[in-house]
Design a binder for this molecule. Sequence first.
Ligand SMILES: Cc1cc2nc3c(=O)[nH]c(=O)nc-3n(C[C@H](O)[C@H](O)[C@H](O)COP(=O)(O)OP(=O)(O)OC[C@H]3O[C@@H](n4cnc5c(N)ncnc54)[C@H](O)[C@@H]3O)c2cc1C
Ligand code: SF4
Ligand code: SF4
Ligand code: SF4
Length: 381
Amino acid sequence: MNLFENKEECCGCTACYSVCPTSAISMQQDEEGAYYPVIEQSRCIGCRKCERVCSFKKTLKTQNASSAAPKVYAARIKDEKELTASSSGGMFTALSDLFLSSGNAVACSVYDTVQYEVRYVLISSVSERNQARGSKYMKSSLKNIFSEAQQWLEKNPQKKLLFVGMGCEVDGFRSFAEAKKLRDRVVLADIICHGGSSQLVWKQYAEYIQEKNRQKIQSLHFKDKRIDWYHPTPVAAFADQKEVSVKQYVKLFNSACAYRPSCYQCPYATIHRSSDITIGDFWGVEKVLPAFYHPKGNSLVLVHTAAGAEVFEKIKPVIDWEESNAEDCLQENLIHPTRRPSGRDAFWHCFRERGIKEVLRVYGNVSVTAKIKKRLNKLFH
Ligand SMILES: Cc1cc2nc3c(=O)[nH]c(=O)nc-3n(C[C@H](O)[C@H](O)[C@H](O)COP(=O)(O)OP(=O)(O)OC[C@H]3O[C@@H](n4cnc5c(N)ncnc54)[C@H](O)[C@@H]3O)c2cc1C
Ligand code: SF4
Ligand code: SF4
Ligand code: SF4
């Protein structure tokens, strides 16, 4: 049995791994650090549950996860402290507060400072939620999060669960929840995404800056808003409060060379999704809704289902919002997936043969002009 013909057809969502009744599937890392399902044939009973649950491959063929046009909003959390702590307009905080305040659970991604990786966790408190804020520019490890969410829902039959993550991961969880007859107990919030970058590259980068600074990273902020939302300051902080710029890593991320192959044909680069609600940055909001714009962040919200409309209605007391439309909200990754860079193979060859320092020299070079701009920004803000 073959779950996919080529790597572009698998986003690593773990739905097949989580649904297999005989644990015949394991998720194994390839040389780029991406996880793929591998079937141990001797344990396979041929039930084909893994094939049926794979939504990514099906969505690739149909392209649109849902043909219905979503309701479109610009939105922003009212509390300025929460807004500043969030990557865009604080929708994750508003939505997760709604769930946590009534004893429900949230599955989302945190940066693990011990393993220095991003991974999914199930959370039930505001302090854990605060750790999960911030966009982490790498693909998150899902490990057993689907089964953990299933077990939590089965143990707490009166409760609901909010699952927040990338389009492919959320759609994978949707399909898994449907297979387990739990779909009506979960609310799915997916994030607009331009790519899931290799954790292997981040790990080598993290080791490099930790070695240079002789201490471990304690927190990571790729979209710190000390200047403003349009000019994020990417920093890592150490235990002694010292901060270092991680701009070179952001350049590597933006080069798109380390993205998982499935990202270059991502079927979720559209406003049509199979989630309940989609959140992202409302880039260009200052042009289409000038009175709404706030320098500390503005979210784009796409509401797809009745469950999405219900949660959006419930968070209205804590947010400012304005209705928009499907044309005004468009951005690159709602129109087409990020294109595969022609230098991708050369990037990986360089990474394998010469390591992170050489990769940084070639692909992570922060130009002198950018450095001068940063200094000027610091002086005038
Ligand atoms: C890699 C990446 C690429 C993105 N690309 C775009 C884009 O092209 N256009 C756009 O409009 N928005 C993009 N976003 C989304 C945007 O940056 C914000 O994360 C989103 O708008 C939520 O902001 P917030 O203020 O509500 O959330 P915050 O309070 O900052 O919370 C961020 C949420 O994102 C989750 N998250 C962070 N990193 C990851 C990760 N690696 N994997 C899974 N979940 C994660 C957290 O668990 C949390 O739920 C991207 C985010 C990431 C992580
Ligand atoms: S066919 Fe069934 S037993 Fe075999 S790997 Fe798939 S889910 Fe597991
Ligand atoms: S279910 Fe997810 S992990 Fe499994 S083959 Fe499909 S995309 Fe890959
Ligand atoms: S670009 Fe698409 S396939 Fe890649 S991580 Fe984002 S949602 Fe998943």
